[in-house]
Design a binder for this molecule. Structure first.
Ligand code: MN
Length: 287
């Protein structure tokens, strides 16, 4: 059934040889199938070494990133948009080289709070760049995922429906919707309906609490979410995502506004999350 994944930032904010080894080994020890590796700076990842470590531990990988305001395919400025596309191409190359078959996240705009709404011209740049990226991704067997995020982290795609619209505009068949419970809790009126609306194109799911800490200690209605995933027969990856000031990636933690310490012990958090997700999946399947 679903591959269970965990975001690397539960383990480490860096990707040195020792850091990636520890993160991948811990992922395997706890019984997860997949690790999601952030590629905001693709040059931080040594692809052959990462691939060897993944293979040694029998762990699959997915990658994710958000663009930034200097490199943003949804910018009306063609130079900024071109830098965004170059960053995506670098990240896609690393994704292929480490043997991952999925790259998702905020790959359609900068990850951050925009000072105004998205422009038509920016949206056109975005759609064209994603269509080109999808063509290159297809050649190396990679599926792309558009992750709707809350209004403080992008002005272009905040809901599943908006992701479907952009995917349709690209005409590509290897771009999927990537839903995240943390963002859905802010932007979607109805968790189940959002899953059902995206059903045919849903390809990746992030499970995060309303405060991005321990699952079950916030306000997200997980039985409703997992119930909808079971009803649509979702069989793709389900990846736990959580952030605390205890583990910091200078590229990612600040744009995600990770200011508070929600946990110290990533291993205890991960063990708990795996049990929580498995219990919810089982209950939803048997309902
Ligand atoms: Mn997410």
């Amino acid at each position: 059934m679903n591959k269970l994944g965990i975001h690397a930032l539960v383990w480490t904010g860096g990707w040195s040889e020792a850091e990636s080894e520890r993160a991948i080994a811990a992922t395997a020890e706890l019984g997860f199938d997949l690790i999601e590796i952030p590629l905001l700076d693709p040059a931080k990842v040594d692809p052959p070494r990462t691939r060897r470590q993944l293979e040694a531990h029998g762990i699959a990988a997915a990658t994710s990133l958000g663009l930034n305001f200097a490199a943003d395919i949804s910018s009306a400025d063609p130079e900024v948009a071109a830098r965004g596309e170059a960053l995506l191409n670098d990240a896609l190359a690393v994704t292929g080289e480490i043997g991952a078959d999925y790259m998702g996240g905020v790959i359609y705009s900068a990850l951050g709070k925009y000072p105004g709404p998205a422009t038509e011209e920016g949206r056109r740049h975005c759609v064209r760049a994603l269509a080109r990226l999808a063509g290159r991704a297809k050649e190396i067997g990679v599926t792309l995922g558009l992750e709707p995020v809350n209004r403080y982290e992008s002005n272009l795609i905040n809901t599943g429906e908006q992701a479907l619209e952009v995917i349709a505009a690209t005409g590509a068949d290897n771009i999927v919707v990537h839903l995240d419970s943390y963002h859905m809790n802010i932007e979607e009126g109805d968790l189940a309906r959002a899953v059902e609306t995206c059903a045919r194109k849903l390809g990746y799911v992030h499970i995060g609490e309303s405060h991005r800490g321990y699952l079950g200690s916030g306000t997200i209605d997980f039985p409703t979410l997992f119930g909808a995933l079971a009803r649509i027969g979702y069989a793709g990856p389900i990846t736990f995502e959580s952030f605390s000031s205890a583990v910091v990636d200078p590229n990612l933690s600040n744009v995600l506004a990770v200011w508070r310490n929600l946990w110290d012990d990533g291993e205890d958090l991960a063990r708990h999350a795996k049990r929580f997700i498995e219990t919810e999946l089982e209950a939803a399947r048997n309902a």
